[in-house]
Design a binder for this molecule. Structure first.
Ligand SMILES: Nc1ncnc2c1ncn2[C@@H]1O[C@H](COP(=O)(O)OP(=O)(O)O)[C@@H](O)[C@H]1O
Ligand SMILES: [Mg+2]
Length: 195
């Protein structure tokens, strides 16, 4: 089982949204939701019996709860700001996906996330999410690539909030839409990176 942690010490960047969408596009997968806000768990409730299974687990209990997960992929959604638990989860994960939303406040907060990943000696990649549909982010991508590889952009798309509200992923909600295409592209890139 490959374990992927979705991280950022900034809130509202799209960690939970990406966790749900990557877990669906990945195929057989489990989500561990460690955020007391429980966004993935609420979304899972709206899916009733449809996979992926979402376990709500306190951050300090991720390691012991792994025994309950038997799918090919495990996605761990994390809470912002909790440094100690982020380091612990990053140590357990095979890869951390650092979610970043373009913006000065998000960039200002990035150092704290990168420090936790370094402290955990974890592997990481970036996911730029909620980019403006027309923005050219070449400079940002080049700057980030100094630290870790940067995957294909995910832009701000109405399909994300609309599908979450119905307990769906964008690939289920609007399979031919741009949001679905961007999630699929990011997932293909991530799989190639992991191989
Ligand atoms: N690519 C996107 N396009 C449009 N809205 C998005 C996108 N990603 C996330 N959102 C919205 O941004 C808000 C914060 O997302 P969320 O996943 O809860 O972030 P986090 O888990 O990092 O706090 C939510 O309202 C979500 O629907
Ligand atoms: Mg969240």
């Amino acid at each position: 089982m490959k374990k992927i942690a979705i991280v950022s010490r900034k809130g509202g960047v799209g960690k939970s949204t990406l966790t749900m969408n990557l877990a669906v596009v990945a195929g057989p997968s489990t989500i561990i939701d460690t955020d007391p806000q429980a966004s993935c768990a609420d979304w899972g409730d709206r899916r009733a019996d449809d996979p992926p299974l979402v376990h709500t687990v306190p951050a300090g209990r991720v390691q012991v709860s792994l025994k309950r997960c038997q799918t090919d992929w495990l996605f761990v959604d994390t809470q912002p700001s909790a440094e100690a638990s982020l380091i612990e989860i990053a140590q357990i994960a095979d890869l951390c996906v650092v979610v970043l939303r373009p913006g000065q406040l998000e960039l200002d907060a990035l150092g704290a996330t990168l420090a936790a990943i370094r402290a955990a000696q974890a592997q990481a990649v970036f996911c730029i999410n909620q980019a403006h549909p027309q923005a050219n982010l070449t400079e940002l991508i080049e700057g980030l690539a100094v630290y870790y590889p940067v995957g294909p952009l995910i832009r701000s798309r109405a399909d994300f909030p609309a599908s979450v509200a119905e307990g769906r992923a964008v690939t289920e909600w609007n399979p031919d839409g741009k949001a679905a295409m961007e999630i699929k592209n990011y997932w293909l890139w991530l799989q190639e990176y992991l191989n």
